[in-house]
Each structure stands twice: as C-alpha cells, then as structure tokens.
Design a protein around this ligand. Structure first.
Ligand code: GDP
Length: 425
C-alpha cells in the first residue's frame, strides 16, 4: 500500500475528519501539512465526540504517529488548549504519538490581533475571517518574519529574534491601527505559558518521516479546508492563505520526496460554504434553512450558520481536477433523505451561455446555477452498510454524480459514526 492524501474537494467541511478517522486503521502515520486551527474537524468514535482544530485526526488510534508538519500555522496557545481538551476526554498525547516539526512557524500573539484589527478596518468589505490570525501569520511567514518551533531550544537567540520582530510589528500595531504595543514581558509570558508546554513534542519530523518511510511505514496526509479555498487555485481573494492541495502535502509535511499514490477527495452530497465570497449554487429562505438544519451546518469553530446549496457539479469537477483525486468519498448522503426531489447544480449560466468549466473567480459573481432534479428516496438510509442496502434512487444519485465529476466514488457515508459507511471497492 502507498501513501494517501485526504483532501477537501469543495469549500471545506466536507467531512474529511471522519474519513481520516476511518482510514487511519490502514496507515501508520497521519500528517497535517497546512492551515491552522481556523477550521474544525468533527470526529465521532468509540472514545467520544471531538472537535479537532489543529491536531491530526489519527490521534485516536493506538500505534498511529501524528505529525504537525512545517506547513501548518502552529499556534502554541490554541494547540495546548486543544491538547488539554482531548486529553481530558481520555486520549493519550505523548511525544511518541504526537510530533511537531521543528521547522513549523509559530503563530505569534499579534497575528490574532492583526486579523481582528484588519477585519474591523475593512468593515462591510470584510472577508469573513475566523480571526485566528491565519492570514497575518502566513504573510509574515513568507516575509520570514516569524519564529520556527525549533528556535524554542535556543533561548538567547529566541529572545533576541523575538525582540527584533516585536520592534517591527509594534510599528504596524501602533502607527497603522492605533493599537497597544507588545512588550517583551508579554512575550516571555507567552513563551512560558504556551510554547514551553508544546516544546517536548517538537523534533525533526522530516528526518523521522524519511526513516519511517524507508522502514515501510505508510503515511496519510490530512488537509484542512478544500480546493476552492486554496490560495493559488481557489476563489481568490476569498481563500485561505495556504495550499489545500494534495500536491502540497509532501512539502508541507517535511518530506518533499514523499510519493502519494492515492488522493481521496471528500465531497459532501450537497454544498456548504462559510464566510463571504461567491457561492453560485446558494439556496436561500426556508429551503436553505431546512437543509442547514438537516445537515446541522453550523461551523465547528465559530458556530456560524453555513451557507448551503445543492451539490455543485461545476465546482466539484474543478476540485477533482486540481486535486488530481483518484477516488471520492461522498459524505452526508443521509441528510438528503427528507427531500422529495434532490436539486443538483449541473452547469453555470454566464452571460446567457451555459458553461461546464469553473470560471475565473471574478466571473463567478455573474454566474447563475442551472439546476436539475433527481428523484428522492424519502427513507432513512443511515443504517445502510452495503451498496445494496441503498434504495435504487439513492444509488442512481450517487452514480449520476460519479459520472458527472469523472472520478470513482468509493466511499458513501451515511452518518457521522465510524461504521456509518458504505465501501464500494
Ligand atoms: P471536515 O472539516 O471536512 O472534517 O468537516 P466537518 O467536521 O466540519 O463537518 C462534517 C460534519 O458532518 C461533522 O459534524 C461530522 O460529524 C458530520 N458528518 C460527516 N459525515 C457524515 C455523514 O455521512 N452523515 C452525517 N449525517 N453527518 C456526517
């Protein structure tokens, strides 16, 4: 068996966490390779219900080693909080089963402040940031104005590096935004209360992964968010600030030579989107509220109601293409069981013309969805465990989606629990 990446095909929240939790059975290592704690994975298994933000979803399996790669936005405060929450629920986290890359950049305390200050300045032009400091963090990372986790082991060097960064950042905080400056006392408190806690987990994960791979261990790469939020390929500027693509997994994990043989793209049986930006297939009013309630579409991190719509074939086909997905996990099919007819957005209409290709982001604002309807099944399918357990109309829906997006649907998820899955291979 080779290495695998699990990625979101759409706008995120497709149910990647439940798929990683399921597939970790077959892998030895799980790596988070990008993003920060600004989104949430919900995982339900025999240990309980968990909302993970930065921790890899493999932490529930004994013997699986979990890695936070160099590509993540490592927020020591939030990570330590999340680790404590998970440990309080009986999950063991030790330097044996959780390893943090010494090359991961630290999200510094001012990144969260800057996120909030900038959204405030933008007022009604805001992007709908989760205010976790992710965009300011990545901007600073690419300016080389942040700290690597490995620097925690060099205290004198660290304090002088932090002092330089603070001097620079205080200029922006005070002169641009009129906010209060940071002091070294504040930063030393942050070092002692958050960074020192995660320090025992920091190591050279690149070397570790290389050795593990040479010894035949298999790696599962876990992405956050989805294709349409990718910095380079998403709905710019309503994207996240990192690359959510399977192609980035080897780079963001510390093992650039890693070969990925399987890319499992996760697609929800309908669409959801959090925050601002174009969402062509969006439903409104009662129809939207009913779907939102049926799928419990409220953000795992923010509790914000998600925008909802029917499955968007145009966007999904694009997501499959840019991720080079080799197979698809279709999640939350059970949520559609209440519908008489299942709407699907099969094309966009742009300037009076029907189009199949996902357009340049600016043109999305002028696109209208072309909706077709499939017959509903109107029966509870959450107990289905094999393909044959599904009603014919549900099978037809899955097969039609498979054909339209051009990628085999090998998993059909009919509930959040680990066992609520139909495997078609
Ligand atoms: P992720 O960030 O891609 O992991 O997605 P989220 O965790 O934010 O959203 C997925 C949500 O749907 C979670 O609450 C899951 O427990 C739930 N979920 C996942 N798969 C299914 C499914 O097949 N049916 C139902 N009803 N819920 C599911």
């Amino acid at each position: 068996m080779g290495n695998c990446a699990i990625v979101g095909i759409n706008w995120g929240d497709e149910g990647k966490g439940r798929m990683v939790d399921l597939l970790t059975e077959d892998y030895d290592v799980v790596v988070r390779f990008q993003g920060g704690g600004n989104a949430g994975h919900t995982v339900i298994n025999e240990k309980g219900k968990f909302a993970l933000h930065l921790l890899p979803s493999g932490i529930f399996r004994d013997g699986v080693v979990n890695i936070l790669g160099n590509g993540v936005a490592l927020d020591p405060e939030n990570l330590w909080k999340e680790m404590n929450e998970v440990m309080a629920q009986g999950v063991s986290l030790t330097p044996e089963n959780l390893k943090i890359s010494n090359r991961a950049s630290l999200l510094l305390p001012w990144h969260r402040d800057l996120d909030g200050l900038e959204e405030q300045r933008l007022a009604d032009k805001k992007f709908g940031s989760t205010k976790q400091g992710i965009a300011p963090f990545y901007s600073d990372k690419y300016q080389k104005k942040t700290i690597l986790a490995g620097e925690l082991f060099y205290r004198d060097h660290l304090l002088s590096h932090l002092a330089d960064l603070m001097e620079w950042k205080n200029l922006t905080l005070t002169k641009v935004y009129g906010a209060a400056p940071y002091t070294m006392e504040m930063l030393e408190k942050w070092l002692d209360e958050a960074c020192e806690k995660i320090k025992p987990f920091v190591c050279d994960t690149g070397a570790w992964l290389k050795d593990a791979s040479a010894n035949g261990k298999t790696i599962l790469f876990e992405a956050q968010l989805g294709s349409l939020r990718d910095l380079d390929y998403g709905i710019h500027p309503y994207t996240t600030s990192s690359n959510t693509m399977a192609a980035y997994a080897p780079i963001g994990s510390g093992f650039p030579a890693a070969k990925i043989t399987d890319v499992v793209g996760v697609v929800k049986a309908y669409s959801t989107c959090v925050g601002e930006g174009p969402f062509v297939c969006e439903m409104f009013g009662d129809e939207a509220e009913e779907l939102r309630k049926a799928g419990f579409e409220y953000g795992a991190k923010t509790g914000r109601p998600r925008r909802v719509g029917p499955l968007d074939i145009v966007a999904t086909r694009y997501g499959v293409e840019v991720q080079a997905a080799t197979e698809i996990a279709l999640t939350k099919l059970d949520v559609l069981s209440y519908m008489d007819k299942i709407p699907v957005c099969t094309q966009y209409e742009l300037n009076g013309e029907k189009i199949d290709r996902f357009p340049f982001p600016v043109a999305l604002g002028d696109c209208k969805p072309v909706i077709e309807y499939f017959e509903g099944w109107k029966t509870d399918i959450s107990g289905a465990r094999t393909w044959d357990d599904l009603p014919k109309t549900a099978q037809d829906y899955v097969l039609a989606v498979e054909k339209a997006i051009g990628c085999p649907i090998t998993y059909v998820s009919v509930g959040p629990e680990r066992e609520s899955i139909i495997i078609r291979k």
